[in-house]
Design a protein around this ligand. Structure first.
Ligand code: ADP
Ligand code: MG
Length: 250
């Protein structure tokens, strides 16, 4: 579903991604961990067309991100083509970014109606189903300010799912939550994983990585230091940098 070959990304003189090689299979729960500033968010943003890579190749579902290949030549995608590709990718951020003036239901209905020109009744039926699935069937009429952080994040997940993405990116989805609200969000993500959603999850929740993750990559300073099955990497990290990081978060 995702293939990264030697991906580099710089911001001016700052070389942030220094040759990322990895693959994410369909239905895989792929956990990305590492210290702050190691390039995790930047990598997700590259996958989601929010940043352009400087070198290497990045594929989502077999298609090059940002380019079309004809023979040996690459052509940049037009904005409209990028927008179409982005619809297939759902992203959930640390901050929920819900529209404050819309109810939970309206937040979830918005993108399918605006972007896909979907009929209101169809969007509403799906939004109700999704909010029910994330455990908020009784909160559809609440505004974000009337929801807890964990509930808001579950609405944000439902909103991403409303576009029926084939890939979900989670960027520290529980980092901004009070500790007692983390579990309800991880439970929703676990449910998604069980249903076979392909997910890349940036997280410091090593319990989630161990129980739900199919693979884990430890990134530091723009490179993949170590990767493997979560139980293996979390129990027997090989590299000093991995050991040192895990000793701080476990
Ligand atoms: P992480 O998510 O692992 O904490 P980030 O991908 O957010 O790391 O950031 C990696 C590095 O890239 C940091 O040093 C950050 O300051 C830098 N960076 C990220 N985005 C930008 C940007 N738009 N302009 C300049 N530097 C950036
Ligand atoms: Mg980040």
């Amino acid at each position: 579903m995702v293939k990264s070959e030697g991906v580099h990304k710089s911001f001016g003189a700052a070389h942030v991604l220094k040759g990322i090689d990895l693959e994410v299979a369909p239905r895989e729960v792929f956990c990305l961990v590492g210290p702050s500033g190691s390039g995790k968010s930047t990598f997700l943003r590259c996958i989601n067309h929010l940043e352009k890579i400087n070198a290497g190749r990045l594929y989502v579902d077999g298609d090059l991100v940002g380019y079309r290949q004809r023979g040996d030549k690459l052509y940049e995608l037009k904005d409209s083509e990028v927008a179409a590709k982005r619809r297939d990718i759902g992203m959930v951020f640390q901050r929920f970014n819900l529209f404050p003036h819309m109810t939970a239901l309206e937040n979830v209905m918005e993108a399918p109606m605006q972007v896909k020109r979907e009929a209101r009744a169809v969007a509403r039926a799906r939004a109700e189903r999704l909010l029910d699935r994330v455990g908020l069937g009784d909160k559809v009429g609440n505004y974000p300010a009337q929801l807890s952080g964990g509930q808001q994040q579950r609405v944000a997940i439902a909103r991403a799912l409303a576009m029926e993405p084939k890939l979900m990116l989670f960027d520290e989805p529980t980092s901004a939550l009070d500790p007692e609200l983390v579990g309800e969000v991880l439970d929703v993500m676990r449910g998604l994983a069980e249903e076979g959603m392909t997910m890349i999850v940036v997280t410091h929740e090593m319990g989630f990585a161990r129980e739900v993750g199919d693979s884990i990559v430890f990134m530091d300073d723009g490179v993949v230091v170590e990767s493997g099955h979560p139980r293996e990497v979390l129990t027997n990290p090989r590299h000093e940098r991995t050991k040192s990081f895990l000793s701080k978060v476990l």
